[in-house]
Design a protein around this ligand. Structure first.
Ligand code: NAD
Ligand code: WQD
Length: 346
């Protein structure tokens, strides 16, 4: 298939592009590089021996989007592009609504104008809000606890209305749990700007010596060891879920929501211990206050995706931390800002 991947240079996007290329698809990437580097796609080309076609464009630039659709003529879209920091969304809500909600609206209008009606969308387990019912199934009531989460909810509602208006639309809302890990080559991975918000990249930066210690946000939760429990999922398993969803949509159409998680929870202390084993580094940590808005535990019931699209996660926590460490130790500062040329004078 000819597939347009928005946000394809980003963390999850680059891993999914790699899998699409390996399956022989023609891949077009639309990205503005606001949170990524073109180097990621260079490395994907190096790994796969085939190349995605790059379109540097912003979802907010409707003329540029129109031009990308006219040139790429995709049969389907996988839509990763968006802003994803919970804390930043609290400080800059309008920026998040514009980039995520208006950006997606522009994408959907371009799709309609170019008669492309197959879409896989990056939603998030954040749409389940602070539910305490575990494991989380797709019919759990939806809510949000921060502006980022509300942008995902608004987009989901927009997609529901669109699908209801015209049965030719085929849409998958994929609700990711906690994506971690990296491709086993260690050449591509997560490269957060500034201080990582998420646990796994933070631990990785402690292991590589960029940060002193991990702050464990709360040790008095109602969980086996008192620290927060999450459903970490390997980014390549997550990427494979997109290919399975796309294939289902191609054959069956319709509007669907699927959880992409492993169904297993790991605590903060379990993740730190696993990372210490994989990296053979001591990971200093300190118990800190709870982080506002965090729930004690969150993990998926992934049964629906297994039954309907034949997808399940295959990689466990040991492989997630091993692959994360291979990436982090080989690229301690993430992607180079630009590749220096040896011929340049000093
Ligand atoms: P990422 O920041 O690495 O990738 C997002 C990509 O979108 C980046 O390459 C960025 O440059 C691009 N982008 C952002 N705004 C754009 C715009 N206006 N126009 C064009 N390109 C734009 O993030 P990720 O972790 O790969 O996440 C991908 C998607 O998955 C996001 O929608 C995110 O909300 C969702 N998601 C991520 C997680 C997670 O923990 N990583 C969890 C659940 C859902
Ligand atoms: C995991 C656990 C923390 C950092 C977030 C977003 C969610 C989704 C994925 C996009 C929790 C603890 C963390 C640290 C810690 N993103 N922790 N010290 O909060 O489950 O989900 O990312 O959709 O929307 O909210 O992930 O990795 O931030 O935290 O102790 O320095 O690690 O309290 O228990 P979270 P996380």
């Amino acid at each position: 298939m000819r597939i347009l991947v928005t946000g394809g240079a980003g963390y999850i996007g680059s891993h999914t592009v790699l899998l699409l290329l390996e399956e022989g698809h023609e891949v077009h990437v639309l990205d503005n590089f606001s949170n990524s580097s073109p180097e990621a796609l260079e490395r994907v080309a190096e790994i796969t021996g085939s190349r995605a076609l790059m379109h540097e464009a912003d979802l907010l630039d409707t003329e540029a989007m129109d031009a990308v659709f006219a040139e790429a003529r995709p049969e389907a879209v996988i839509h990763f592009a968006g802003l994803k920091s919970v804390g930043e969304s609290v400080a800059q809500p309008l920026n998040y609504y514009r980039n995520n909600v208006v950006g997606t609206l522009n994408l959907l209008e371009a799709m309609e104008a170019h008669q492309v009606r197959t879409l896989v969308f990056s939603s998030s387990a954040t749409v389940y809000g602070d539910t305490e019912v575990l494991p989380i199934t797709e019919d759990t009531a939806l809510s949000a606890t921060n502006p980022y989460g509300r942008t995902k909810l608004h987009i989901e509602f927009m997609l529901n209305d669109l699908a209801a208006s015209d049965p030719r639309w085929a849409i998958a809302k994929l609700r990711y749990f906690n994506p971690v890990g990296a491709h086993e080559s260690g050449r591509i991975g997560e490269d957060p700007q500034g201080i990582p918000n998420n646990l796994m990249p933070y631990i990785a930066q402690v292991a590589v010596g960029r940060r002193e210690k991990v702050n464990v946000f709360g040790s008095d939760y109602n969980t086996p060891d008192g620290t927060g429990v999450r459903d970490y999922i390997h980014v390549l398993d997550l990427g494979a879920g997109h290919l399975a969803a796309l294939e289902y949509l191609r054959v069956h159409g319709g509007l669907h929501a699927w959880n992409l998680g492993t169904g297993n929870g790991s605590s903060v202390l379990e993740v730190i211990a696993a990372f210490a084993r994989a990296s053979e580094k001591g990971i200093p940590y300190e118990i800190a206050d709870r982080r506002p808005g965090d729930v004690a535990a969150s993990y998926a019931d992934p049964t629906l995706a297994r039954e309907q699209i034949g997808w399940k996660s295959e990689r466990g926590l040991e492989q997630m931390v091993t692959d994360m460490w291979r990436w982090q130790s080989g690229n301690p500062e993430g992607y180079p800002v630009s590749e220096p040329s040896e011929e340049l004078p000093d």
